[in-house]
Design a protein around this ligand. Sequence first.
Ligand code: OAD
Length: 226
Amino acid sequence: MALAGAGLSAESGIETYRGGGGMWQKYRFQDLASPAGFQKNPQLVWEWYCQRRDQAAGKTPNPGHLALVTLEKKYPAFWLLTQNVDGLSQRAGQTRIIEFHGSIWRVKCDSCGFMAEDHTVPTNRDNQCRECVGGRIRPDVVWFGEPLDSEALNQAGQLVNACDLLLVVGTSAQVFPAANFIPLAARAGANIIEINPEETQMSPLATVTIRQAVGVALPQIIEGLS
Ligand code: OAD
Protein backbone atom coordinates (compact mmCIF):
# COMPACT_ATOMS: atom_id res chain seq x y z
CA MET A 1 0.00 0.00 0.00
CA ALA A 2 0.97 3.62 -0.20
CA LEU A 3 -0.08 6.69 1.75
CA ALA A 4 0.51 9.84 -0.28
CA GLY A 5 0.54 13.55 0.42
CA ALA A 6 1.11 16.78 -1.43
CA GLY A 7 4.80 15.97 -2.02
CA LEU A 8 3.69 13.36 -4.58
CA SER A 9 2.36 16.15 -6.80
CA ALA A 10 5.17 18.61 -6.06
CA GLU A 11 7.19 17.43 -9.04
CA SER A 12 4.16 18.11 -11.24
CA GLY A 13 4.38 21.74 -10.16
CA ILE A 14 1.58 21.75 -7.59
CA GLU A 15 2.35 23.57 -4.34
CA THR A 16 2.50 21.64 -1.08
CA TYR A 17 0.76 22.98 2.03
CA ARG A 18 3.54 23.22 4.59
CA GLY A 19 7.22 24.10 4.48
CA GLY A 20 8.88 26.82 2.42
CA GLY A 21 6.51 28.26 -0.18
CA GLY A 22 3.65 26.00 0.98
CA MET A 23 0.08 27.23 0.63
CA TRP A 24 -0.47 27.52 4.39
CA GLN A 25 2.55 29.83 4.60
CA LYS A 26 0.86 32.28 2.25
CA TYR A 27 -2.80 31.90 3.16
CA ARG A 28 -4.80 31.26 6.31
CA PHE A 29 -6.43 27.84 6.09
CA GLN A 30 -9.16 29.22 8.39
CA ASP A 31 -10.16 31.59 5.56
CA LEU A 32 -9.90 29.17 2.64
CA ALA A 33 -10.36 25.65 3.96
CA SER A 34 -12.89 25.70 6.75
CA PRO A 35 -16.72 25.78 6.89
CA ALA A 36 -16.52 29.08 8.81
CA GLY A 37 -14.31 30.63 6.10
CA PHE A 38 -16.81 29.57 3.41
CA GLN A 39 -19.72 30.97 5.38
CA LYS A 40 -17.93 34.26 5.84
CA ASN A 41 -16.83 34.69 2.23
CA PRO A 42 -18.08 31.96 -0.12
CA GLN A 43 -17.02 33.88 -3.22
CA LEU A 44 -13.40 34.20 -2.05
CA VAL A 45 -13.17 30.50 -1.18
CA TRP A 46 -14.79 29.42 -4.45
CA GLU A 47 -12.46 31.69 -6.44
CA TRP A 48 -9.43 30.12 -4.71
CA TYR A 49 -10.61 26.62 -5.61
CA CYS A 50 -11.37 27.77 -9.18
CA GLN A 51 -7.75 28.88 -9.46
CA ARG A 52 -6.50 25.60 -8.00
CA ARG A 53 -8.63 23.59 -10.43
CA ASP A 54 -7.55 25.66 -13.40
CA GLN A 55 -3.91 25.32 -12.32
CA ALA A 56 -4.16 21.54 -11.73
CA ALA A 57 -5.79 21.04 -15.14
CA GLY A 58 -2.60 22.32 -16.76
CA LYS A 59 -0.32 19.94 -14.84
CA THR A 60 0.53 16.37 -15.72
CA PRO A 61 1.23 13.28 -13.59
CA ASN A 62 4.93 12.83 -12.78
CA PRO A 63 7.10 9.68 -12.52
CA GLY A 64 6.00 9.26 -8.87
CA HIS A 65 2.32 9.00 -9.85
CA LEU A 66 3.20 6.64 -12.69
CA ALA A 67 5.30 4.43 -10.41
CA LEU A 68 2.33 3.98 -8.06
CA VAL A 69 0.18 2.95 -11.05
CA THR A 70 2.85 0.39 -11.97
CA LEU A 71 2.62 -1.02 -8.43
CA GLU A 72 -1.17 -1.26 -8.72
CA LYS A 73 -0.83 -3.20 -11.98
CA LYS A 74 1.85 -5.49 -10.57
CA TYR A 75 0.22 -6.25 -7.21
CA PRO A 76 -3.53 -7.04 -7.15
CA ALA A 77 -3.70 -6.14 -3.43
CA PHE A 78 -2.10 -2.72 -3.87
CA TRP A 79 -4.13 0.30 -2.75
CA LEU A 80 -3.24 3.96 -2.65
CA LEU A 81 -4.51 6.08 0.22
CA THR A 82 -4.13 9.68 -0.82
CA GLN A 83 -4.64 12.98 0.93
CA ASN A 84 -4.39 14.77 -2.40
CA VAL A 85 -7.41 16.43 -3.96
CA ASP A 86 -5.85 17.24 -7.35
CA GLY A 87 -6.91 14.08 -9.22
CA LEU A 88 -3.43 13.56 -10.71
CA SER A 89 -3.19 9.94 -9.51
CA GLN A 90 -6.45 9.09 -11.29
CA ARG A 91 -5.25 10.86 -14.41
CA ALA A 92 -2.12 8.71 -14.23
CA GLY A 93 -4.38 5.64 -14.25
CA GLN A 94 -4.71 4.76 -10.55
CA THR A 95 -7.98 2.97 -9.85
CA ARG A 96 -7.57 1.36 -6.41
CA ILE A 97 -7.46 4.63 -4.58
CA ILE A 98 -9.09 6.13 -1.49
CA GLU A 99 -9.25 9.91 -1.45
CA PHE A 100 -9.26 10.79 2.23
CA HIS A 101 -9.69 14.51 1.64
CA GLY A 102 -12.04 14.42 -1.33
CA SER A 103 -11.47 15.95 -4.74
CA ILE A 104 -11.50 19.39 -6.30
CA TRP A 105 -13.11 17.70 -9.32
CA ARG A 106 -16.34 17.00 -7.43
CA VAL A 107 -18.65 19.78 -6.30
CA LYS A 108 -21.52 19.86 -3.86
CA CYS A 109 -24.12 22.31 -2.63
CA ASP A 110 -23.73 23.53 0.92
CA SER A 111 -27.51 23.57 1.29
CA CYS A 112 -29.43 20.92 -0.68
CA GLY A 113 -26.83 18.13 -0.82
CA PHE A 114 -26.53 18.17 -4.63
CA MET A 115 -23.21 16.57 -5.64
CA ALA A 116 -21.61 15.99 -9.06
CA GLU A 117 -18.36 15.32 -10.87
CA ASP A 118 -17.29 18.55 -12.54
CA HIS A 119 -14.23 18.79 -14.76
CA THR A 120 -15.09 22.04 -16.54
CA VAL A 121 -12.10 24.28 -17.05
CA PRO A 122 -11.92 27.20 -16.76
CA THR A 123 -14.06 26.65 -13.72
CA ASN A 124 -17.40 28.48 -13.63
CA ARG A 125 -16.94 31.39 -11.23
CA ASP A 126 -20.69 31.53 -10.54
CA ASN A 127 -21.29 29.17 -7.63
CA GLN A 128 -25.04 29.59 -7.16
CA CYS A 129 -26.59 26.14 -6.89
CA ARG A 130 -28.96 25.45 -9.78
CA GLU A 131 -30.79 22.71 -7.92
CA CYS A 132 -32.08 24.85 -5.07
CA VAL A 133 -32.64 28.46 -4.08
CA GLY A 134 -29.84 30.12 -2.15
CA GLY A 135 -27.42 27.17 -2.03
CA ARG A 136 -23.74 27.68 -2.78
CA ILE A 137 -21.54 25.29 -4.70
CA ARG A 138 -18.31 24.29 -2.96
CA PRO A 139 -15.64 21.70 -3.71
CA ASP A 140 -16.19 18.23 -2.27
CA VAL A 141 -13.01 18.44 -0.22
CA VAL A 142 -12.66 17.87 3.49
CA TRP A 143 -12.05 21.16 5.26
CA PHE A 144 -10.51 21.66 8.67
CA GLY A 145 -13.04 20.74 11.31
CA GLU A 146 -14.98 18.42 8.97
CA PRO A 147 -15.05 14.66 9.40
CA LEU A 148 -13.54 12.29 6.87
CA ASP A 149 -15.85 9.86 5.12
CA SER A 150 -16.42 7.02 7.59
CA GLU A 151 -16.65 4.34 4.87
CA ALA A 152 -13.30 5.44 3.46
CA LEU A 153 -11.75 5.32 6.93
CA ASN A 154 -13.18 1.86 7.65
CA GLN A 155 -12.01 0.48 4.32
CA ALA A 156 -8.55 1.98 4.78
CA GLY A 157 -8.35 0.55 8.30
CA GLN A 158 -9.11 -2.95 7.06
CA LEU A 159 -6.60 -2.67 4.23
CA VAL A 160 -3.84 -1.31 6.46
CA ASN A 161 -4.42 -4.01 9.06
CA ALA A 162 -3.73 -6.62 6.39
CA CYS A 163 -0.86 -4.84 4.68
CA ASP A 164 2.75 -5.99 4.80
CA LEU A 165 4.40 -2.91 3.26
CA LEU A 166 3.35 0.72 3.44
CA LEU A 167 5.08 3.32 1.31
CA VAL A 168 4.68 6.76 2.89
CA VAL A 169 5.32 9.25 0.13
CA GLY A 170 5.38 13.03 0.18
CA THR A 171 3.42 13.68 3.34
CA SER A 172 4.42 15.73 6.38
CA ALA A 173 2.27 13.26 8.39
CA GLN A 174 0.88 16.09 10.46
CA VAL A 175 -2.78 15.86 9.56
CA PHE A 176 -4.96 13.33 11.32
CA PRO A 177 -6.66 10.93 11.01
CA ALA A 178 -4.79 10.25 7.72
CA ALA A 179 -1.39 10.18 9.44
CA ASN A 180 -2.74 7.64 11.95
CA PHE A 181 -2.53 4.94 9.32
CA ILE A 182 1.26 4.97 9.66
CA PRO A 183 1.35 3.82 13.32
CA LEU A 184 -1.59 1.52 12.55
CA ALA A 185 0.44 -0.17 9.81
CA ALA A 186 3.44 -0.41 12.12
CA ARG A 187 1.33 -2.06 14.82
CA ALA A 188 -0.05 -4.48 12.23
CA GLY A 189 3.53 -5.56 11.52
CA ALA A 190 3.98 -3.86 8.15
CA ASN A 191 7.32 -2.60 6.99
CA ILE A 192 7.23 1.12 6.33
CA ILE A 193 9.26 2.92 3.70
CA GLU A 194 9.17 6.70 3.95
CA ILE A 195 10.12 8.65 0.83
CA ASN A 196 10.47 12.33 1.67
CA PRO A 197 13.44 14.72 1.40
CA GLU A 198 12.60 15.83 4.94
CA GLU A 199 12.22 14.04 8.23
CA THR A 200 8.71 13.78 9.70
CA GLN A 201 7.36 12.92 13.12
CA MET A 202 6.58 9.44 11.74
CA SER A 203 10.13 8.83 10.47
CA PRO A 204 11.08 6.82 13.60
CA LEU A 205 8.40 4.27 12.65
CA ALA A 206 9.94 3.68 9.23
CA THR A 207 11.90 0.54 8.49
CA VAL A 208 13.65 2.46 5.72
CA THR A 209 13.78 6.19 5.04
CA ILE A 210 14.70 7.53 1.62
CA ARG A 211 15.55 11.22 1.65
CA GLN A 212 14.82 11.82 -2.03
CA ALA A 213 12.03 13.13 -4.20
CA VAL A 214 9.39 10.48 -4.75
CA GLY A 215 9.56 10.90 -8.55
CA VAL A 216 13.23 9.95 -8.37
CA ALA A 217 13.19 7.23 -5.71
CA LEU A 218 10.03 5.30 -6.55
CA PRO A 219 10.82 4.54 -10.21
CA GLN A 220 14.22 3.23 -9.05
CA ILE A 221 12.62 0.94 -6.47
CA ILE A 222 10.27 -0.42 -9.11
CA GLU A 223 13.07 -1.00 -11.56
CA GLY A 224 14.69 -3.15 -8.89
CA LEU A 225 11.52 -5.26 -8.56
CA SER A 226 11.33 -6.42 -12.16
P1 OAD B 1 2.30 18.91 3.40
O1 OAD B 1 2.45 20.14 2.59
O2 OAD B 1 1.99 19.06 4.84
O3 OAD B 1 3.64 18.05 3.30
C1 OAD B 1 4.24 17.78 2.06
C2 OAD B 1 5.43 16.88 2.33
O4 OAD B 1 5.97 16.51 1.08
C3 OAD B 1 6.56 17.51 3.13
O5 OAD B 1 6.93 16.63 4.19
C4 OAD B 1 7.70 17.65 2.12
O6 OAD B 1 8.98 17.45 2.70
C5 OAD B 1 7.36 16.52 1.16
N1 OAD B 1 7.85 16.69 -0.22
C6 OAD B 1 7.97 17.82 -0.95
N2 OAD B 1 8.40 17.55 -2.19
C7 OAD B 1 8.54 16.20 -2.27
C8 OAD B 1 8.93 15.29 -3.29
N3 OAD B 1 9.26 15.71 -4.51
N4 OAD B 1 8.97 13.97 -2.99
C9 OAD B 1 8.64 13.52 -1.76
N5 OAD B 1 8.24 14.33 -0.76
C10 OAD B 1 8.19 15.65 -1.00
O7 OAD B 1 1.22 18.00 2.65
P2 OAD B 1 0.33 16.80 3.22
O8 OAD B 1 1.10 15.96 4.16
O9 OAD B 1 -0.32 16.17 2.06
O10 OAD B 1 -5.64 18.86 3.65
O11 OAD B 1 -0.76 17.60 4.05
C11 OAD B 1 -1.86 16.92 4.56
C12 OAD B 1 -3.12 17.73 4.40
O12 OAD B 1 -2.94 19.04 4.94
C13 OAD B 1 -3.53 17.97 2.97
O13 OAD B 1 -4.27 16.91 2.43
C14 OAD B 1 -4.38 19.20 3.08
C15 OAD B 1 -3.53 19.99 4.04
O14 OAD B 1 -4.20 20.96 4.77
C16 OAD B 1 -6.77 19.19 3.01
O15 OAD B 1 -6.80 19.75 1.95
C17 OAD B 1 -8.00 18.80 3.75
